[in-house]
Write a protein that binds this ligand. Structure first.
Ligand SMILES: Nc1ncnc2c1ncn2[C@@H]1O[C@H](COP(=O)(O)OP(=O)(O)OP(=O)(O)O)[C@@H](O)[C@H]1O
Ligand SMILES: [Mg+2]
Length: 456
């Protein structure tokens, strides 16, 4: 049979570190042995004395007056820092005393607490940084631009200059060279970094939608218009940066309105009568030579001049093949995380082979090639055999071809199928870009894919 302790209140009271009680006059009426030992006072002799005469640093008496019912107190005794809680004691709505006990009596515990707090703070900080980043909608910074070739160094220098200016920037580069990456970097480095980065890509958008997308619309501007209207991207980017991606695809009908917005900093929402002033920094991107389009008549000359204030030309990958090792390594590390792989080294021959190719799809194509190869690896080394490097398949298997009713048609069809497949892979199955590359209309590409049995 255990001892009954249910009424052994003294046992309970002694278990509470640093326990003491004062009455409404501030005189000590209770102090447990633990506390008397801790602050080095004689328990019996202290009772009935005013608290600061017993323990000079005390401030629990302050809680007798005032509206606070609790107080957390930091105090030092003998060079040790402690944390206590003070509680107002009330009877019949009247303050009759204050009780104090220690939450932490030794510094080690306090250190732990502080460390915990610091860690939490750090985590919160990271979290908020991430939030700010996503809030600003900027995914990349200049640090994400990989490469140390002279051309990339020059590009980074141009980005810094562009960021420091407030001029309109025109980024020119082939597909997959990193135009979007550069646009984000300019914004992030600029004084507008804490405002929005807003992207508009009018390619593939119905012409009638582009205007309201850019400039917004007023209530009742057209059937289906939202109540209260809608703000356009120009307004959304106010004080920040507006990224006009694939500006070369901007329809002729919109170009004069865009020109006005750039020139005057004024826009008129669709169906609106009043102009709205906006303060927006324009960064535009094109994968076609705009001056070519001007001479062909599909781009306005005045808009071209307005955009071409500060051109930045991103070199294609084939002009900086020396960056390939760095690019591949960075991509491999990224994919290690994404695919849960653990590639720790890359056969040097891989770089050599990759540097023999001309990369029409640039970094995007390189990234895709590396990803495809990674899927074939099981070990820790990325090898040539994981890549689908072209073997000499110019020879034709005559026996196989002879089985077809019409060998010439069959071989042509197979060649077409291979070509279309390659192009689709290069452009991540983006039909618009693939069709453009093949120099055929998109609808024809669809028809061919269907006819040749290529998965849509
Ligand atoms: N120098 C670089 N270092 C690291 N990654 C890069 C670099 N350049 C491009 N990339 C990456 O390559 C991919 C394609 O880049 P991005 O989308 O910016 O190309 P783009 O020029 O806008 O192409 P498109 O004209 O097809 O839209 C992205 O994943 C981007 O992060
Ligand atoms: Mg792009």
């Amino acid at each position: 049979m255990g001892r009954d302790i249910s009424t052994d209140y003294n046992l309970f009271l002694e278990a509470i570190a640093g326990l003491m009680v004062i009455d409404k006059n501030g005189d000590l009426v209770y102090i447990n042995d633990q506390c008397a030992d801790y602050i080095k006072v004689d328990r019996e002799k202290s009772i009935g004395k005013y608290i600061t005469n017993v323990f000079p640093p005390s401030n629990m008496q302050n809680l007798l007056k005032g509206k606070n019912k609790y107080n957390t107190n930091f105090y030092f005794t003998d060079g040790r820092m402690s944390i206590s809680t003070q509680v107002q004691l009330q009877k019949d709505d009247e303050v009759v005393g204050v009780l104090e006990y220690d939450m932490i009596q030794d510094v080690e515990a306090l250190d732990q607490l502080l460390e915990m707090y610091a860690t939490t703070l750090k985590e919160e900080m990271e979290y908020f940084k991430e939030q700010v980043r996503s809030f600003k909608n900027t995914k990349y910074s200049v640090d994400n631009i990989i490469g140390s070739s002279e051309k990339i160094k020059e590009l980074k220098y141009q980005i810094e200059l562009a960021a420091a200016s407030n001029s309109t920037i025109l980024i020119c580069g082939e597909t997959g060279t990193g135009k979007e990456l550069v646009a984000h970097s300019i914004h992030n480095l600029s004084a507008r970094a804490f405002h929005n980065f807003v992207k508009v890509n009018s390619a593939g958008m119905a012409e009638s939608l582009i205007e309201s997308e850019l400039f917004g619309y007023e209530e009742g501007a057209f059937t289906g218009a939202k109540k209260g209207g809608k703000k356009g991207k120009f307004e959304a980017a106010d004080q920040g940066t507006l990224f006009l991606d694939e500006i070369n695809q901007m329809p002729m009908s919109i170009q004069p309105k865009l020109l006005r917005a750039l020139q005057e900093g004024e826009i008129t929402p669709v169906g609106g009568v009043e102009d709205v002033n906006v303060n927006v920094r324009i960064v535009a991107a094109t994968n076609q030579d705009l001056s070519d389009l001007v001479s062909k008549g599909s781009f306005r000359e005045d808009l071209y001049y307005r955009l071409n204030v500060f051109p930045i030309v991103i070199p294609p990958l084939r002009e900086r093949l020396e960056d390939i090792p760095e690019l591949v390594e960075a991509r491999v590390q990224e994919l290690n995380r994404e695919l849960g792989k653990n590639i720790t080294s890359i056969e040097p021959e891989v770089y050599k082979r990759l540097q023999e190719y001309d990369w029409p799809g640039n970094i995007r194509e390189l990234h895709n090639r590396v990803e495809a190869a990674m899927n074939y690896t099981t070990g820790e080394v990325l090898k040539v055999e994981h890549f689908n490097f072209r073997v000499d398949n110019s020879r034709i298997n005559l026996d196989a071809v002879n089985r077809f009713d019409n060998p010439i048609v069959a071989v042509k069809k197979e060649a077409e199928r291979k070509l279309i497949n390659e192009v689709l892979i290069k452009f991540d199955y983006n039909k618009t870009k693939s069709a453009e590359y093949l120099k055929i209309p998109r609808t024809l590409l669809y028809q061919k894919m269907k006819r040749l049995g290529i998965d849509l």
